[in-house]
Structure formats: structure tokens, C-alpha cells
Design a protein around this ligand. Structure first.
Ligand SMILES: Cc1cc2nc3c(=O)[nH]c(=O)nc-3n(C[C@H](O)[C@H](O)[C@H](O)COP(=O)(O)OP(=O)(O)OC[C@H]3O[C@@H](n4cnc5c(N)ncnc54)[C@H](O)[C@@H]3O)c2cc1C
Length: 351
């Protein structure tokens, strides 16, 4: 029995790990060169630089359960600094707990708390551990261009006219990719999944000597008020928020900026220098572009996803998983991937 997981982001890797646990023969296919999808951590001269997510709410169980299963529970680390500030455009003022997420448009359930957690050397710890355990099953630069019915299950087509047959398929890809692939097998309701909007974003990490940054900075960072002006929408004091993000004597900031003209690193530095009274230039900067970053769900999204799943239940085993469908947070992606694996195993009579 082969189950193909399309997409090696956290949702796809979590699905593959759950399938492997049930002794299924799994193959994970990703269009990119690097597995992990939106999770990207770079370690550089003792700095831990996150390009995508940097943590998750401590109240979210799924990613932590996964960490225990794959033997990296001891790498879970807690947020150190607490509280965030609001940049009004003229000054920083303290923000009420939980208000920062609201201002950034991130949905957090009321009882989820505000304590965050991450992994000791970055979010890629979890991806690297999964990859190490899934190695023979993982194939990168394998973009799936179409799905079609096969004698038993599905036939996946790739760029370059090659194909692969699988009894079951999990599509752990962004919503717009799933919409296209599913429309190709007659799931017309899936076209509507294209209404999920992926907001463009740029993250800029900036390294400084600690003496360039005022020692009076407090909390985990700031969020800019909608009318503050400027390109920086939010900034994390990364080296204060989590332990060991920068070597002793150095500081690491991460700015979130919207689409802009010009060099994001110099614009972010200029604005942060003014807001935080930073002295001198950064030692280095690293920019990550996310032309399609965090998904935002239009009204009626849950019903549309449910309608697609209803339709899929009447076809050969085929599932959807990931941030495009079940929530953008990394823990929600783990949950979504594992649930898709469970449904596929059930359909295959394995549970
Ligand atoms: C800047 C930024 C900051 C974030 N911060 C946080 C945070 O702090 N906390 C948090 O919980 N979440 C955060 N998120 C959200 C979170 O990172 C994502 O929602 C989550 O990682 C998505 O995982 P996924 O597996 O669903 O999708 P992805 O990571 O997008 O993976 C999908 C994979 O599918 C592959 N693929 C696409 N098309 C094909 C194809 N045709 N064939 C084969 N493969 C294909 C892609 O290459 C990709 O690897 C952040 C996101 C961004 C961009």
C-alpha cells in the first residue's frame, strides 16, 4: 500500500509520520528543493534566524505531542520576555496581553493564553527531526501537476511527464494548488478554495551588537498602530523573546514589513533605528520574501472545506490538509496532517 503525501510542509510531514507509524508505505513529494514549506530557520555565527514562524502558543498541544513522539520534547523552550508594546508613530506604549495578535489579524482562541514556546535551535528542529525519520520516503523537486484516477487509487503526474500511482493521496499543499488539482478530478466545489487569500509579507532579521540597542527595551517587541505610518508593521526582539537566539553581547531583531518599493533591509533598519534609538548600522541583515504568506479565510470557509471533504469521501482515498484549510498556526497544521492520515488509514481499512 502506498500513500502519497503531496507537500512537505509541516502538515505533510506530520501526515507522513502518522502514516509511517501505522506501517504504511509512504512517499512525500515536494515541488521545492527544501522540505519544511514556510518553516525556515537559518543558524549563523551563533544566531538563530527564523524566516517564517518563530513559535506557537504553549496551550496548543498537537505540535508538542508530535515533538514527544519524535523524541525532541527536550528541545521545547519557553518564551522568556513577556508583553508587547504599541508603536503609535511617535512613541512606544504598553499593550494589553493578547492585543498584539489581534492587531496583526491573527486569530487566537480566547482560552489559548499568551505564553509562546519554540524549539531550542529554531522551528526547523521539528522539520529536521521529521525529515531524518522519513528520509527514504522524501522526494524534493517533484511538483505534482495533475491527479487522475488509476486502477487502484490515483495517478500523480509530475513536470517532465513522469507519474506515480498511489492507493491514497494527501494533498498538503496551499489552498490554491489543491483547488486546481482537485478541480482536475471533477471536485468542482474545490474551485472555491481559491478564495483563501495568502497575504504577502517580508521579514527582515537584523543583527546588532548589544551596545547598539538601548538596554531599556522591554517585552517581546512592538506592533505598529494602523495609522502609525512607515513600512514596519511589527518587530520582534528575537534575542529577548526566546533564549539563545543571538550569542552573548549581540542582539537580533526581526521586522515584519508589507510590500514596498526599495530595499526592505535598509528601510527596516532606518525605521527601527528611529523607533528604538539604535546606534549605527546592523552587522548583517537577512530578508525573506513571502509573496503568499499567512492565509486569511473568507466568510464561509469552514463550510466550503466541509463540502469538499464530503465530496472526497465518495472518491478513492484522497484528503486535504494544512494551513489552507484548517488554520494557519503550526500546531493546527500538525493536527490537520495527522487527521488526514487517520482518515486515509481508515479508508484503507488500516484502523
Ligand atoms: C512570515 C510568517 C510567519 C509565521 N509565523 C507563524 C508563527 O509564529 N506561528 C505559527 O503558528 N504560524 C506562523 N506562520 C504560519 C505557518 O508557518 C504556516 O501556516 C504553516 O507552516 C503552513 O504549513 P503547511 O504544511 O500547511 O504549508 P506549507 O508550509 O506552505 O507547505 C506546503 C508545501 O507544499 C509544496 N507544494 C506546493 N505546490 C506543490 C505541488 N504542486 N506539488 C508538490 N508540492 C507542492 C510547497 O513547496 C510547500 O513545501 C507564519 C507564516 C509566515 C509566512
Amino acid at each position: 500500500m502506498t500513500v502519497a503525501v503531496v507537500g512537505a510542509g509541516l502538515a505533510g510531514l506530520s501526515a507522513a509520520w502518522a502514516l509511517r507509524g501505522a506501517a504504511a508505505d509512504v512517499v512525500v513529494l515536494d515541488a521545492g528543493r527544501r522540505p519544511g514549506g514556510m518553516i525556515v530557520t537559518e543558524r549563523r555565527d551563533g544566531f538563530v534566524v527564523e524566516g517564517g514562524p518563530d513559535g506557537f502558543l504553549a496551550a496548543e498541544p498537537d505540535i508538542q505531542e508530535l515533538a514527544r513522539e519524535i523524541g525532541i520534547a527536550e528541545r521545547l523552550v519557553d518564551q522568556v520576555a513577556r508583553g508587547a508594546a504599541l508603536w503609535t508613530g511617535r512613541r512606544l506604549k504598553p499593550l494589553a496581553e493578547g492585543k498584539a495578535a489581534e492587531l496583526l489579524g491573527i486569530q487566537v482562541s480566547a482560552n489559548a493564553g499568551t505564553q509562546f514556546r519554540t524549539f531550542a535551535t529554531g522551528m526547523a528542529d521539528v522539520v529536521e527531526a521529521l525529515i531524518a525519520r522519513l528520509v527514504p520516503s522524501l522526494r524534493t523537486t517533484q511538483g505534482v501537476t495533475a491527479i487522475g484516477p488509476a486502477a487502484r487509487g490515483w495517478r500523480l503526474s509530475f513536470t517532465g511527464a513522469s507519474s506515480l500511482d498511489a492507493e491514497a493521496v494527501i494533498l498538503a499543499v496551499p489552498a490554491w494548488v489543491a483547488a486546481r488539482l482537485l478541480a482536475g478530478v471533477g471536485v468542482s466545489a474545490a474551485r472555491e478554495l481559491d478564495t483563501v487569500l495568502y497575504a504577502p509579507s517580508i521579514t527582515v532579521s537584523l543583527a546588532y551588537r548589544a551596545d547598539q540597542v538601548p538596554g531599556t527595551l522591554e517585552g517581546t517587541g512592538f506592533v505598529a498602530a494602523p495609522d502609525a505610518g512607515g513600512a514596519v508593521r511589527a518587530c520582534t526582539y528575537a534575542w529577548r523573546k526566546y533564549p539563545k537566539r543571538a550569542p552573548e553581547g549581540f542582539a537580533l531583531l526581526r521586522a515584519f514589513v508589507g510590500p514596498l518599493d526599495g530595499d526592505p533591509a535598509s528601510i527596516a533598519h532606518a525605521e527601527l533605528a528611529a523607533t528604538l534609538s539604535i546606534a549605527g548600522d546592523p552587522l548583517w541583515t537577512r530578508v525573506f520574501h513571502w509573496p503568499r504568506g499567512l492565509p486569511r479565510y473568507p466568510r464561509g470557509h469552514a463550510e466550503r472545506v466541509a463540502a469538499v471533504r464530503d465530496r472526497l469521501a465518495r472518491l478513492a482515498p484522497l484528503a486535504i490538509a494544512g494551513a489552507g484549510f484548517d488554520g494557519a498556526g503550526v500546531s493546527a497544521c500538525v493536527k490537520s496532517g495527522r487527521e488526514a492520515a487517520r482518515v486515509m488509514l481508515e479508508r484503507l481499512g488500516r484502523v
